[in-house]
Design a protein around this ligand. Structure first.
Ligand code: HEM
Length: 243
């Protein structure tokens, strides 16, 4: 037990924690973006998907707790690693020459906290509804469209998604480094993979507020959503009351 704790307290152990939790979080954002794509199929498809997710409350809560643990461990490992690095070099270099690695770590320092803020706001906005102008419990499609019809909200989402892009790109790149896949021969492949995942996730997520602001996605007529919302509101855990 002592040896395990010592390993996870070491730099290598923390980097491994960052990598494993990072993969879980990348998996979540890919899945979340893909599920949200159903908004383009209309209210029935999106609301039925949300209803499906809430069908088994025990499973949903297990996933939520797993996600929360992954976020917590990811933040713990990154913060303690940064503090250790700073302690090892208390006096900064007199002349700092920006290079690729300092650019990347600065990117992570800014994009990480912005994403943390975004997640708190996002839960209040689209899950709990307390930061939403006209939240309807269970009617995810309505909440989605009316939420993004507020320009300042959409612009905040767009800024957060750009931060997510920088974070994802550098995170995926570093993940391969931690695994030891950092031979120059594989650099091209690492770059392609990091760019591909980032462009797909961020492109998909950016499309949502933009589609609402430009009117591509619109509110459904009341008759189209009321039945679905009624169905979903009866499923435990869908209304924000259990969050
Ligand atoms: C424009 C991009 C995004 C849109 C349109 C969006 C949409 C939504 C919606 C509609 C819900 C509520 C689903 C429901 O009640 O069934 C939700 C929940 C959630 N979203 Fe997002 N999301 C976006 C980006 C993100 C990102 C980037 C993250 C994480 C980094 C994230 C994390 C979450 C979490 C943790 C929940 C709560 C899930 C739960 O436990 O019920 N979302 N999102």
């Amino acid at each position: 037990m002592k040896a395990i704790l010592a390993f996870f307290g070491s730099s290598i152990g923390k980097k491994l924690v960052m990598a494993v939790t990072g993969v879980a979080l990348v998996g979540f954002v890919v899945g979340h973006m893909s599920g949200n794509m159903l908004v383009y199929k209309g209210p029935e498809a999106l609301n039925a998907y949300a209803k499906g997710l809430h069908m088994f409350p025990a499973l949903l809560w297990a996933a939520r707790l797993g996600l929360l643990a992954a976020v917590g461990l990811h933040i713990w490992a990154s913060t303690t690693l940064t503090l250790t690095n700073q302690a090892a070099r208390p006096v900064s270099y007199r002349k700092v020459t920006p290079d690729a690695s300092s650019y990347a770590s600065r990117t992570m320092k800014f994009s990480g906290p912005l994403l943390g803020l975004f997640i708190v706001y996002h839960l209040l906005h689209l899950t709990l509804g307390s930061a939403h102008p006209s939240f309807r419990p269970g009617d995810v499609y309505h909440n989605f469209i009316t939420g993004f019809q507020v320009p300042v909200v959409s612009f905040f989402y767009i800024a957060a998604m750009l931060a997510l892009g920088f974070h994802l790109h550098h995170g995926i790149w570093s993940f391969f480094q931690t695994l030891g896949v950092n031979h120059p021969r594989y650099d091209g492949l690492r770059r392609v993979l990091a760019t591909l995942i980032t462009v797909v996730v961020v492109g998909g997520n950016l499309s949502f507020p933009i589609a609402v602001l430009t009117g591509v996605l619109q509110q459904a007529p009341p008759s189209a959503t009321s039945a679905r919302a009624g169905d979903l509101a009866s499923v435990p855990g869908t209304t924000g009351e259990g969050h």
